[in-house]
Design a protein. Sequence first.
Length: 745
Amino acid sequence: MVLKGTVDSFKYINDSNHFGIFIFETPDIKEGNIVVTGNVFGVSEGDYIEVTGDEINHPVYGNQIKMTSFRAVRPTESDSVIKYLASGALKGVGPKLAVRIFTRFGASTLDILEKEPERLAEVKGISENMALSIATEYSQKRSMRDAMMFLQEYNISNTLAAKIYERYDDRIYKIVKEHPYKIAEDIFGVGFKTVDEIARKSGIKENSPERICAGIQYALLQAMEEGHTYLPKGMLIDQAFEVLSVEKEMIEEQINEMCLANKLTLKNPDKVFLKGVYQDEAFCANKLKCLKEAFVEKDLNEAEKEALKEKIERVTSEYSFELDQSQKEAIEAGINNGIFLLTGGPGTGKTTIIRALIEYFYNERMDVILAAPTGRAAKRMSEATGFEARTLHRLLEAKAVGDDSEKTRFNRNEDNPLEADVYIVDEMSMVDVFLFTAFLKAVETGSRVILVGDMNQLPSVGPGNIFRDLICSGYFRCSTLDTIHRQSENSLIIYNAHEINKGICPSLNKNAESNDFFFLERSDRRVLVRDVIELIQNRIPGKFKTDPSEIQILAPSKKGDLGVEALNKVLQNHLNPPSYEKKETARGENIFRVGDKVMQVKNNYDITWVCRGFNGIAVEKGEGVCNGDIGKIIAINEFEKSVTVLFDDIKEVVYTREELDELELAYAITIHKSQGSEYPAVVIPILDTPRQLLTRNLLYTAITRGTKCVMLMGSSEKIRDMVKNDGEKKRYTAFTDRLKEVMEV
């Protein structure tokens, strides 16, 4: 559908991604105007444009145009010209002055603005300086519109065009025509395939070195998204070939050239790294060696052993149970080593060891810092130990780089280190190579570092497998706890988790006796979803005295009929249906409603939160909401389109309409997102799960999130396949190589 007309007024604009909603006046439809949504970068009120898009019927706002592209066109009717001039698009020109300008110049008005702007001074009320100002602004906006139209010739979306123009300004013509692959390097989120199409239209040859280099970098970046820190050279050549379709000899030649130019690193002898990733692994290895060597474990004499034993017994004397030998040895190892690794499954006593170590170090008048990779993991650590824990990002004083929330800088680093004697980091399996590097840069040599986690859980979303590599390297003192200490009578959650970890499938008999672990066989998706709703609304709250908001659906994937996105829409309609009493606001395709359960989906270090007393007066203020934090919408301002979310039952955060992209419905979340958290009850649907997600550690991670109730639903065959499949997808990481290089010198 193509319409020509005038941008009457904006109802909404997101300054960060340029999504907008505006009233479009056009003679091309019977009603005379219609709502248009889409990327509006370069559009101003009063602009006369041609809109291309699809007419849709929004469930809340009715008929509208979903714009796929637009282009500026010259208005031909006097009303359109006057309306453009009077729109406010040109500073200082109001309705009356617009009419006078058009009356003076008529159909030549826009030509005068472009070619003879000084003649605007012929109009009463316009000085020479004002004429120059109007012309300059018109010229600037014309430059933007011209640039956007130029980019549209390359089938570049409005969203991408806006990013390119903001990055390069008037240099876009040279960049696009001569160096299009630079766009992928400079602009986050722009992939090789996008710029490759631009390059093709620009006439760049398929076998050009610039194109091949970009394809190689793209293959390595794709590998990083899958958790790898390098690729074997042969595999890299094959994957680059899939992208480039040029001779493999040419790809290998460019890999060698990029290594010589210090853009890539080649090691041992066929492991190819992006330079920055290799440097991070090497830095971590060197820093860990320094931290370890600062505390060489020594053999204690009998008197020293006895004194240490007395101190440990004093710390643990209030426990209602006797520590076993492995736990006592773990505490001693944590005290005597610069680097100490503690691993074990649920219920094996990791928290007990952490608490004992904290008490010991405090008694020795040492400063201790507790941290975890996510907000929920940090909160859980605080609740379990009784001591404050922070996220690693908050500890390192992370800030977004400029307006790019995907890039982070840390104010705590080698030049501004942290000040503590002991650092205890929990949920280490979630920490990738980049975050671990940032942490170690802020830790001074001479401090103790204690890393805690369950290496059988899912690895980090980002590249690397840091915790497993550290344990498997054998270079650091490690205690593995495998005896279950925390197990309620007749409870099967922890027991079954450990059985799954051994490759033993738990009983999936519907008649099996259990107080907290259940399975419902379901083969029909619609029936499964119906039963999920029944479980959340009635059965689980009734049996376990749990509020429905505390029950968490954990899905293996985000997409698909039983993925997080589809489940959240269904669950929202049943658990928090629309009503006249509940305010709501739309954000793109999403609807947020008072009462909705929502999750913060990226770190925001600057957003403000407020804690209020009983009288509504703010008693505490702070900044920052973490990726993975779950809250509830308690208010919506329909005029400002803002949403107020309550986190942790005490922290109120107001999201402006521009910040709503940071929220997602959270009735269902992915198992990956749940890592580091615990919930009173979890429901895990396993039915149409993609084959690549049918892994033992995914199921193990999901089950260990529940404390009172775990409900598996779906296909028993798929669940058995998951338990059998311990073939966790191989991650190409070379951290153990880097450790060997420095440790065995």
